[in-house]
Design a protein around this ligand. Structure first.
Ligand code: PLP
Length: 373
């Protein structure tokens, strides 16, 4: 029996400002890509101190970033197997082979030593995933990429609002992709953004998000569109709408509030669970990140039993993630990744979103400890 009142694993947190902003767009009856999208991009560009381009999902952001690098069939991208299937789908959408790598179990970010072993002359990109908002050894990844002439596309879907070595994630490095789907650190309903200094990549992405129609972005931001145009490469309908951007603008203003809330809830989990022998916590610097999910490792590996017991107590949990190299689409070479496969069975995500109370965290922790006993 699942109780009526469920503590949700994650959820959107939407206030009157977001509702009013959406009504404003509906009242003006210009729903597509126009001035709200431009305004949201301007806010993000100021936030990162370099250009940001908005699209309709984080997956589209990753896909367009890879496409803009000009990679395709025959090329390879290094990526950790333990990530959301979106990372893999974005890579395979370009016709490129995702090369599944192990993770460092302490941070669940890509194991650079393992990635080095999988480097071939077809490798063009490495895609570090900022798992649970942590960046792992990002400096080492950039050093490795530089040595081997690779581009870096950061899957920063979890990491909006975080800092690495004192620098805002997305404000430095090659290309960073963010997600604003309903449960991420901020949301635009669905949505995503690409951030980079690379002007060629930026222009290709601005065109490719609107069916490859050259320079359509500028037109749409002034309420017009192109009737006379050229198309040079494959594009998609990946642009963000004004409705989405209106939500995103209001959510962006709330980042400090969400960040403080998520940090303090995650810290409370760590205080409550830090001394429990059967639990291992990730190696994360919670003061410098905005935690998107709260993941623990259960040494016993009895994850699925614990999940069922917690659900009976009204606590919804999750598993981030099933390794991708075991999925039918990606297991072509039947590769085995022993570290990832062992780790996967231990991973448990506990509820984390800004509407949770301290008392919810204490309740969840006490029930979890009970279940473990
Ligand atoms: C959410 C997420 C994405 C994709 O973002 P969407 O906006 O949902 O398409 C990509 N990678 C990771 C790790 C994610 O969590």
């Amino acid at each position: 029996m699942i109780p009526d009142k469920l503590i949700r694993l994650s959820k959107s947190v939407i206030g009157d400002a977001e509702k009013k902003a959406v009504m404003g767009v509906l009242d003006r009856e210009y729903l597509g890509m126009g001035k709200e999208v431009q305004e949201f991009e301007d806010l993000l560009t100021r936030h990162f101190n370099r250009p940001a381009v908005c699209v309709n999902t984080g997956t589209a952001a990753l896909h367009l970033a890879l496409q803009a690098l000009g990679i395709g069939p025959g090329d390879e991208v290094l990526v950790q197997s333990l990530t959301y299937v979106a990372s893999f789908q974005a890579i395979s959408a370009t016709g490129v082979r995702p090369v599944a790598c192990e993770v460092d179990p302490s941070t669940i970010t890509i194991d650079i030593k393992d990635a080095k072993k999988r480097l071939t002359d077809r490798t063009k990109v490495i895609m570090p995933v900022h798992y649970a908002s942590g960046m792992g050894e990002l400096d080492d990844i950039y050093a490795f990429a530089k040595e081997n002439g690779l581009r870096v596309v950061e899957d920063a879907a979890h990491a909006f609002g975080g800092y690495y070595n004192g620098k805002k994630v997305g404000s430095f490095g090659d290309i960073a992709c963010f997600s604003f789907d309903g449960i991420k650190n901020i949301t635009s309903g669905e949505g995503g953004a690409i951030v980079t200094d690379d002007e060629t990549v930026l222009q290709k992405i601005r065109d490719a998000r609107l069916l490859g129609v050259e320079k359509d972005t500028e037109k749409r931001y002034s309420g017009e569109r192109s009737w006379d145009f050229d198309v040079r490469y494959q594009g998609w309908r990946y642009h963000m709408s004004n409705i989405m951007a209106a939500i995103g603008i209001e959510q962006f203003k709330r980042l400090p509030e969400f960040a403080t809330r998520r940090q303090s809830l995650a810290k409370r989990y760590r205080n409550n669970l830090g001394s429990i022998d059967s639990i291992e916590l990730l190696d994360l610097d919670l003061s410098n990140i905005v935690p998107h999910i709260f993941v623990i490792k259960l040494k016993s590996g009895k994850r699925d039993d614990i999940r069922r017991l917690l659900l009976e107590q009204g606590i919804q949990t999750g598993v981030h993630y099933q390794p991708n190299h075991i999925l039918s689409l990606y297991n072509g070479d039947n590769k085995s990744l022993p570290v990832t496969e062992e780790l996967f069975h231990k991973l448990l995500s506990l509820p984390l979103h800004p509407d949770l109370k301290e008392t919810d965290i204490d309740y969840i922790c006490s029930k979890l400890i009970e279940c473990l006993d």
